[in-house]
Design a protein around this ligand. Structure first.
Ligand code: IPM
Ligand code: MG
Length: 355
């Protein structure tokens, strides 16, 4: 089979980690007889520098014409002072919306080989944890009405959290369907004790839960969830939450896996075409130093094989190769504690050897 993949390398460490994932995909292609064709498009700061806007039209068109999209990261200090609408991050929100990617799957699990990296007490993570965060990705405060105005105390700025029944119903369905393929537990996270939008969220989650009698369902307030994630992470299976709570809680979840350099993600919509990216940012402080951990991006490419192309065996090969490399003790800088470490390219070589 031939697959056309759009590459959005972006800024900072983006190009390095995407190059690593491309090498892994090429190896998988050679092993299984798939042809992966890659086309790069500009996004983020790189696009601002080249053509004055963070998400050029050609990029959107190229992504929509592709079978799937692999993204590195966007942003950096060079573009931090631009107005909100022109920032690199705006491109990320723009491409998610343009592709209709309302679901963001962010798996966070503890690798046995990285147990010592987990900042939690050994008895808390004795049995590990394996969480699937289902983050709503094209609604809520990220996309709500916003602006500047004169208020009671003069100049003020506002952003609004708004969720429609349709948006909540479709993400709820994804969460419950995902749970059916896992440990059949869903915890929905909201702030229903304060927010009207959360009360509608909770109501619709309950309605959906009734349609899935084999799934164990409960609600949790987001402040409590932030606490429970570090008190007892093993209690979570599927976590479903809004765009902003999902953004925050997935970073917290990444820290208890040992490094944010490990967490992949899949952004999905109604079609097979998705956008796959590490959950971490562009790390401009280490860009170009061959220090970046490419594993989150490599695992994101694996998620693409699974979710967009239905190639589960090929994805399993990537996951197993990463497991084997970590189990053999190979580490990137983020996991090395000052000890000698493998460069981005070297750890990629080790993963390739296992495929
Ligand atoms: C993420 C990132 C983005 C988000 C930023 C860069 C816009 O933090 O993918 O988690 O908030 O969604
Ligand atoms: Mg984030």
């Amino acid at each position: 089979m031939k697959y056309n993949i759009a590459l959005l390398k972006g800024d900072g460490i983006g190009p390095e980690i995407v190059d690593s994932a491309v090498r892994v995909l090429e190896k998988i292609g050679a092993k299984y007889g798939h042809e992966f064709c890659f086309t790069s498009y500009l996004i983020g700061g790189a696009a601002i520098d080249a053509c004055g806007e963070p998400l050029p039209k050609e990029t959107v068109e190229g992504c929509l014409a592709s079978d799937s999209v692999l993204l590195g990261a966007v942003g950096g200090p060079k573009w931090d002072t631009l107005p909100g609408n022109c920032r690199p991050e705006k491109a990320l929100l723009g491409i998610r919306a343009a592709m209709g990617l309302f679901t963001n799957l962010r798996p966070a699990k503890l690798y046995p080989a990285l147990k010592d990296e987990c900042p939690l007490r050994a008895d808390i993570v004795e049995n590990g944890f394996d969480i699937m965060i289902v983050r709503e990705l094209t609604g809520g405060i990220y996309f709500g009405e916003r602006g500047m105005r004169q208020g009671k105390w003069g100049e003020e700025a506002y952003d609004t959290e708004c969720y429609s029944r349709m948006e909540i119903e479709r993400i709820a369905k994804v969460a419950f369907e995902t749970a059916l393929k896992r440990n059949k537990r869903v915890i929905s996270i909201d702030k229903a004790n304060v927010l009207e939008s959360s009360r509608l969220w909770r109501k619709i989650m309950h309605e959906t839960a009734e349609k899935y009698p084999t799934v164990q369902y409960s609600d949790m307030l987001v402040d409590n969830a932030a606490m429970e994630l570090v008190r007892n992470p093993a209690q979570f299976d599927v976590v479903v939450t809004s765009n902003m709570f999902g953004d925050i809680l997935s970073d917290e979840a990444s820290q208890i896996t040992g490094s944010i350099g490990m967490l992949p993600s899949a952004s999905l919509g109604e079609t097979a075409r998705g956008l796959y990216e590490p959950i971490h940012g562009s790390a401009p402080d280490i860009a170009g130093q061959h220090k970046a951990n490419p594993i989150a991006t490599i695992l994101s490419a694996g998620m693409m094989l699974l979710h967009s192309f239905g190639l589960s065996k090929e994805n399993a090969d990537i996951v197993n190769a990463v497991d084997a490399v970590l189990a053999a003790g190979y580490r990137t800088a983020d996991l090395s504690h000052g000890a000698p470490y493998l460069s981005t390219e070297e750890i990629t070589d080790k993963i390739l050897e296992q495929i």
